[in-house]
Design a binder for this molecule. Structure first.
Ligand SMILES: [Zn+2]
Length: 268
């Protein structure tokens, strides 16, 4: 009995109390000056954010950097600019929300540029085809995000198109937190889920029809692939082209605003 009680106390100390104390210590320390410099350089709009939002962002970044492991892939050399920029963009998705910092995510793998992933497809008759796909980002529900650094900064094409691979892949992480990557993140109630699916489905069909009619849309056509991609690209548009999205798709904007608890138009 004594042994069991001692073991329980020891496990509690090692896995609950000590990690909490360590996190509290990390969050109490001052945010390094050169981290702020990186945010000013690589996070568009950071300097225009209200001070309380900047403070929240810095706190989330500290926690993100404390809890997640960054892995350099290919010939990339990992440094603070890469870690802080990725953490900063990812944590934009968590502002003003009572939430943990991507609890299922453990590793961020970073390649210097687009990476090749082998794919296997089983077709009719059991024929297996192997192809290679070139990607700038990928999100796995087993706790990994893979990113290409040259797609994250100094990429005028992505900026012009309102695309952001970090925001995209971390929206997938939020989507997969409930165990299924289906275009709906964790929401507070069944009413919220019902409203979410009504609006998202309508807007998804609207995007598909715009593509069929060859009409321009604020939303990246890639979103028409499936509901999960639709959530990821509309999240990109919400943060990167918020005024355009609010004006062209007010209902969709409102649903995303209610979920993200923030209005990025404030700092655009
Ligand atoms: Zn995607």
């Amino acid at each position: 009995m004594w042994l069991l009680a001692s073991l329980t106390i020891l496990l509690l100390l090692v896995f609950v109390v000590i990690p909490k104390l360590r996190l509290r210590y990390v969050l109490m320390r001052a945010f390094p000056h050169h981290f702020s410099k990186i945010l000013r350089k690589n996070l568009p709009g950071y300097t225009r954010m209200p001070t309380d939002v900047q403070m929240q962002l810095k706190r989330k970044i500290r926690q993100f950097l404390h809890e997640k492991t960054f892995v350099a892939c290919g010939d990339l050399e990992m440094n603070d600019e890469i870690r802080v920029t990725i953490a900063g963009k990812a944590c934009l998705l968590l502002l003003n929300r009572e939430t943990e910092v991507f609890p299922k995510l453990s590793h961020i793998l970073v390649y210097p540029s687009a990476f090749v992933v082998p794919r296997q497809r089983i077709e009719g008759g059991g024929i297996v085809t192997h192809t290679n796909q070139t990607l700038s980002g990928e999100s796995w529900s087993d706790g990994r995000v893979i990113l290409a650094w040259d797609q994250i900064v100094n990429n005028p094409h992505n900026e012009k198109m309102g695309q952001d691979v970090v925001i995209h892949e971390f929206a997938h992480q939020l989507d997969s937190e409930d165990g299924s990557t289906n275009g709906a993140p964790v929401l507070p109630s069944t009413v919220a889920y019902r409203h979410w699916s009504q609006v998202m489905e309508r807007e998804f069909l609207r995007l598909q029809s715009a593509i069929d009619q060859q009409e321009e849309s604020v939303i990246d056509p890639y979103g028409a692939t499936n509901p999960a991609e639709f959530f990821a690209v509309t999240t990109e548009a919400f943060f990167k082209k918020s005024a355009e999205l609010a004006s062209a798709h007010p209902e969709l904007f409102k649903v995303l605003q209610a979920y993200y608890c923030i209005d990025p138009r404030e700092w655009h």
